[in-house]
Design a protein around this ligand. Structure first.
Ligand SMILES: Cc1cc2nc3c(=O)[nH]c(=O)nc-3n(C[C@H](O)[C@H](O)[C@H](O)COP(=O)(O)OP(=O)(O)OC[C@H]3O[C@@H](n4cnc5c(N)ncnc54)[C@H](O)[C@@H]3O)c2cc1C
Ligand SMILES: *[C@@H]1O[C@H](CO)[C@@H](O)[C@H](O)[C@H]1NC(C)=O
Length: 504
């Protein structure tokens, strides 16, 4: 007994502390090969223009599967067949094994319409794919969530945000129309003018109103560089003030974010697109041998205000290589200059592959000693929120990203009758307070957020009860749409897909 415990202990130690061996020798090369494959595939499909012709056929195939589900007597609810380990969440949904799996094999960019200024795109296309295709043509989308592997479908059905969100809103607010296959097998398109109720109910519905088959998104002209200014601030009061001032600035900044390195040490960053760079101030932060971006940001705390010109695509995907700062717990020496020059080009490992190969010991560690949460609160509550999260977790760095929340109908809207400025507070890392308890701490934070008219992003663990969940998210329109489109047998409710026991 004693010996086997000892052996287990040693194995656990190796698995946790030497995970980088697996990551470096297997995961990184595999991720790299996969990226090259998708890049080449996208290029060929887009340039041969074969996707639009195939689209109708693929949508018909989704309809065929839904009709098959009806014919077979609607025995269990439906979900997409995308395997749980592939999605960008640290959890794996349990329902995939028991539900009727519908293959939604829609992975391409369909059309760029420069007259209407929209791009039509299929739900499994990723952000990395989209920037690689749009940028050479001189276009971009107004809100471009930065991790390359985020999918259009996941960002619509879940949430997406970026540093331009204080101008344009969340990912859902730059969408012009959705094409869906409903529970009865018919295809509908919805927009502000056509089936508006459905249009406003789709975001955050997590695939519980229908299968998304295409999305039209606004495009905006893109310039080559982002002129990025760094403002290090050394007291919380001053930092909150600077952040609010830059967010609300009259003539507007295009991009605003802040990273907190502790309660009183922040770097506020403000960016604007420009066509050329001042000589000597260009920084291609996306190059493989460059330091992790959050480390680069931190250096301004010592050196004072900074100004750099960053190529647009490097800017968009600035936190990709280090998965914000999650990578430091996976490859602790990854920011070492020798490692970066030798292996940096394979970074980052795919979150999906990390999950697929995650041993039980690491999973347990992530469950009990790690937190990943994005909390969305009114900007006026920023200071109170930080005090609360600091008291409860002391997780640093913290990501801050402001966003405009219009007073649209649907799952989330401001408390008053008008649009309001919010801020996404991202907590990713190891809690440093001895009292941390995954469930109890998260529940206290959730209560704080609910009491302050805030929202929790649902890719992360939620410990709320059904009643608390309904208090946070307005279910009125959603329930109406579920009745109208006969969803009760076809799809579970959002809560039943995202609650803590629904995921492993
Ligand atoms: C490490 C990490 C980093 C992150 N970084 C960012 C970030 O930088 N910016 C940001 O905005 N967000 C970020 N997120 C959160 C992210 O926005 C959500 O996870 C989002 O849901 C996108 O994930 P996905 O593309 O893997 O979608 P999925 O998890 O695959 O999908 C989300 C939901 O939508 C449903 N769905 C997807 N496609 C369809 C379809 N075609 N039809 C019907 N239903 C569908 C799925 O059933 C699922 O319930 C991050 C999350 C993690 C774990
Ligand atoms: C969570 O979802 C499952 C279905 O996936 C449901 O059975 C369960 O009741 C939900 N949990 C709570 C606490 O209601």
């Amino acid at each position: 007994m004693g010996i086997s415990n000892l052996i287990n202990g040693v194995i656990e130690h190796i698995v946790i502390h030497y995970r980088w061996v697996l990551v470096c020798f297997f995961l990184l090369p595999a991720s790299f090969v996969y990226d090259i494959y998708t890049y080449i595939r996208t290029w060929i499909v887009f340039h041969m223009a074969s996707a639009p012709k195939l689209h109708d056929k693929k949508v018909k195939d989704v309809q065929r599967q839904v009709k098959e589900w009806i014919r077979e007597g609607k025995k269990v609810p439906m979900c997409t067949a995308r395997p749980g380990w592939q999605v960008m969440s640290f959890r794996i949904p349990k329902y995939k094994d028991t539900f009727f799996n519908v293959k939604v094999n829609l992975v391409d960019i369909l059309e760029i319409d420069v007259h209407r200024q929209v791009v039509k795109i299929e739900p499994l296309a990723t952000m990395g794919q989209l920037t690689a295709t749009l940028e050479p043509l001189g276009w971009s989308i107004p809100v471009l969530p930065e991790l390359d592997d985020l999918t259009v479908g996941g960002l619509v059905m879940g949430t997406g945000i970026e540093t331009s969100s204080h101008k344009y809103g969340l990912f859902q607010h730059i969408c012009v129309s959705y094409e869906l296959v409903l529970a009865d097998g018919q295809v509908v398109t919805c927009s502000k003018d056509q089936n508006p109720d459905l249009f406003y109910a789709v975001p955050w519905s997590y695939g519980t109103l229908g299968f998304l088959t295409a999305v039209e998104i606004k495009i905006v002209p893109a310039n080559r560089f982002v002129k990025l200014e760094y403002f290090p601030v050394h007291s919380m009061e001053h930092a909150v003030e600077t952040f609010q001032k830059q967010t609300m600035k009259e003539d507007g900044n295009q991009f605003v974010e802040a990273v907190m390195f502790n309660r009183d040490q922040w770097v506020v960053m403000v960016g604007n697109m420009v066509t050329s760079a001042e000589p000597g101030k260009l920084n291609r932060i996306g190059l493989w041998h460059k330091p992790w971006f959050f480390k680069h940001i931190e250096s301004f705390l010592r050196s004072g205000n900074g100004l750099e010109y960053i190529p647009l695509r490097d800017y968009y995907h600035r936190h990709s290589r280090s998965i914000f700062w999650e990578i430091q717990d996976i490859i602790p020496f990854g920011n070492n200059v020798i490692f970066r020059y030798l292996f940096g080009w394979m970074i980052p490992p795919k979150v999906s592959l990390l999950k697929l190969t995650q041993p039980a010991a690491v999973k347990k560690l992530y469950e009990t000693q790690h937190m990943v949460q994005d909390m969305l609160v009114p900007l006026t509550k920023l200071k109170d929120s930080i005090e609360c999260f600091d008291r409860e977790t002391k997780i640093y760095p913290v990501w801050l990203c402001p966003f405009r929340l219009p007073n649209d109908p649907g799952f989330l809207h401001p408390d008053g009758n008008q649009e309001e400025m919010y801020v996404d507070i991202g907590l990713y890392g190891v809690p440093k307070v001895p009292t941390f308890n995954a469930e109890a701490t998260t529940r206290r934070i959730e209560k704080f957020v609910r009491d302050n008219c805030g929202f929790q992003m649902l890719y992360a663990d939620t410990y709320m009860t059904r009643e608390e969940f309904k208090k946070m998210f307005d279910h009125q329109l959603y329930d109406k749409m579920r009745t109208k489109y006969q969803c009760s047998e076809a799809f579970p409710e959002v809560y039943d897909k995202v609650n803590r026991t629904a995921r492993s």
